[in-house]
Design a protein around this ligand. Structure first.
Ligand SMILES: Cc1ncc(COP(=O)(O)O)c(C=O)c1O
Length: 345
């Protein structure tokens, strides 16, 4: 700001940042891009919406492995496209199911949206399933949107970008990432993408009519984050790994609750379906737990613990908990949930 870098910039991002994004993709993902293949936006959410507006026509189908991050289907709907949820299984740790994806492809299918590490499940998709989806996308002429926002928080396995599996799949993949998670820069609103140049150009045109450039100040901060030393990221990931074990161990010790170990991101996706049918004394009379929304209300009112109903993510058997908070608060939350559950009839 003192250097006066507070004015409009190029719509798609300052050259220094687009070069830094290219260097990041090369360093972390083995992906070679040029600055013209890159667009910088006001958060990855904005990146994804630029894609939806630039690419999707009314009636186009978008395959969304389920459970999914809430904005994928809503953004598709906002532009008249049709989100198609394709279930994954808890038993496989919510890994991608390439055969189900293949069966869901129709002549209207345009895009497959992948998100690994996954919000809400914490799944890190296996290299074999990614390779199978890459093959499918190439065969059926589909575009892959690979949301890799939680890449830095991969605790088990190795993060693989599907775009790195070969030139054919790279040519049809939009890789999306953000400064929000790896650098805890959520409020700076800085996301970025690289992919087929024509698509990047179209997304840039959309952005130019909506927001113009992301904040110049955030862009310069992002240059620093991306090219500076990365050791803080690893330190933070090690801390999240400890929290992950704490929260998942605690959840599995709660009666009626089970939780698969997430391999990445910072969420626990707990199965609460064994609580369904139980009752509790709500302010307005005896309440039955019938689904994830009821369990959320019960935990909020009785334990003063905020979780998110799985229904919003495509699974009513689950609730999502974030462990992007201190070990002390996680411990306190677990203790309160245990006390609340003991009061269920
Ligand atoms: C899977 C996923 N993608 C994208 C985003 C958007 O991140 P931002 O817009 O802050 O870059 C989030 C944020 O929660 C997310 O969970």
């Amino acid at each position: 700001m003192r250097r006066g870098q507070t004015k409009y910039t190029e719509v798609g991002g300052i050259p220094e940042l687009r070069a830094a994004v290219c260097a990041k993709f090369q360093r972390d993902n083995g992906l070679a891009y040029e600055p013209a293949d890159v667009l910088v936006s006001c958060g990855a959410k904005h990146t994804l919406f630029n894609m939806a507006v630039a690419l999707l026509d009314p009636g186009d189908e978008v395959l969304v492995p389920s459970p999914y991050w809430v904005s994928y289907p809503e953004q598709a709907r906002l532009v008249g496209a049709v989100p198609v949820a394709v279930p994954t299984q808890e038993a496989t740790g919510f890994d991608l199911d390439p055969e189900r994806l293949r069966a869901a492809v129709t002549p209207r299918t345009k895009v497959i949206i992948l998100n690994s590490p996954n919000n809400p499940t914490g799944a890190v998709f296996s290299p074999a399933s990614l390779a199978a989806v890459a093959k499918l996308a190439v065969e059926r002429n589909l575009l892959v949107v690979s949301d890799e926002c939680y890449e830095a928080l991969t605790f088990e396995g190795r993060h693989t970008s599907i775009a790195a599996l070969g030139p054919e799949i790279k040519a049809r993949t939009l890789v999306v990432n953000t400064c929000s998670k790896a650098y805890a820069m959520t409020g700076w609103r800085l996301g970025f993408a690289a992919g087929p140049r024509e698509l990047i150009r179209a997304m840039t045109d959309v952005q130019s009519q909506v927001t113009s450039n992301p904040s110049s100040i955030a862009q310069w901060a992002a240059v620093e984050a991306l090219v500076g030393a990365q050791d803080e990221v690893a330190r933070m990931a090690a801390e999240f790994d400890r929290r992950r074990r704490l929260i998942v161990g605690g959840l599995n010790a709660l009666p009626g609750v089970s939780c698969v170990m997430p391999k990445g991101a910072f969420y626990a996706f707990a199965n609460v379906s064994r609580l369904f049918g139980r009752t509790w004394p709500a302010a307005d009379g005896t309440a039955h737990l019938k689904g994830s929304v009821d369990v959320t209300a019960f935990l909020l009112e009785t334990a003063k613990v905020a979780v998110v109903p799985g229904l919003d993510f495509g699974s009513d058997d689950h609730v999502r908990l974030s462990y992007a908070t201190s070990e002390a608060l996680i411990g306190e939350g677990l203790a309160r949930m245990a006390a609340a559950l003991a009061r269920l009839a």
